[in-house]
Design a protein around this ligand. Structure first.
Ligand SMILES: O=C(O)CCC(=O)C(=O)O
Ligand SMILES: [Fe+2]
Length: 139
């Protein structure tokens, strides 16, 4: 469960910085406050809250496994000046020793284990302050 308290400077502060999910698939529920945005055709688009819908988001592993056919879409959360927001996310991940490799040639990404991927993401965030993600694993 994610909680986003009201923010006095919503134009200055992200609820969640732009990122892609490092999992295989994310199933997300956002409440009626809204604030989730994703990149579509190079522009930020707001995902309208729908109480009857779950959002299914393709993660980095899905992108790698599909040899780049399916894209792990960049998304972010905007803050709200007045109201608190909640969302619930379920991250579908394989075990750490799972090897991620597409058998489609030419292989866009080199093969890596899920643990290797998570460690690399953490290391990049620690050193550079932001996630590099899949581009690190390009062939
Ligand atoms: O709160 C949201 O709507 C999105 C959460 C999210 O992107 C994440 O937890 O990775
Ligand atoms: Fe996310």
């Amino acid at each position: 469960m994610n909680r986003y308290p009201p923010c006095p400077l919503p134009w200055k502060v992200f609820g969640l910085m732009p990122h892609t999910d490092s999992d295989f698939l994310t199933i997300l529920y956002q409440d009626q406050v809204g604030g989730l945005q994703l990149v579509k055709d190079g522009r930020w688009v707001t995902v309208k809250p729908n109480p009857e819908a779950l959002i299914v988001n393709i993660g980095d592993l899905f992108q790698a496994w599909s040899n780049g056919v399916y894209k792990s879409v960049k998304h972010r959360v905007m803050t709200n000046g007045q109201v608190e927001r909640f969302s619930v996310a379920y991250f579908l991940c394989p075990s750490y020793d799972t090897v991620i490799q597409s058998y489609k040639e030419p292989q866009v990404y080199r093969k890596f284990s899920f643990k290797e991927y998570r460690d690399q993401v953490q290391e990049d965030v620690r050193i550079t302050g932001s996630k590099v993600g899949l581009p690190r694993f390009l062939n």
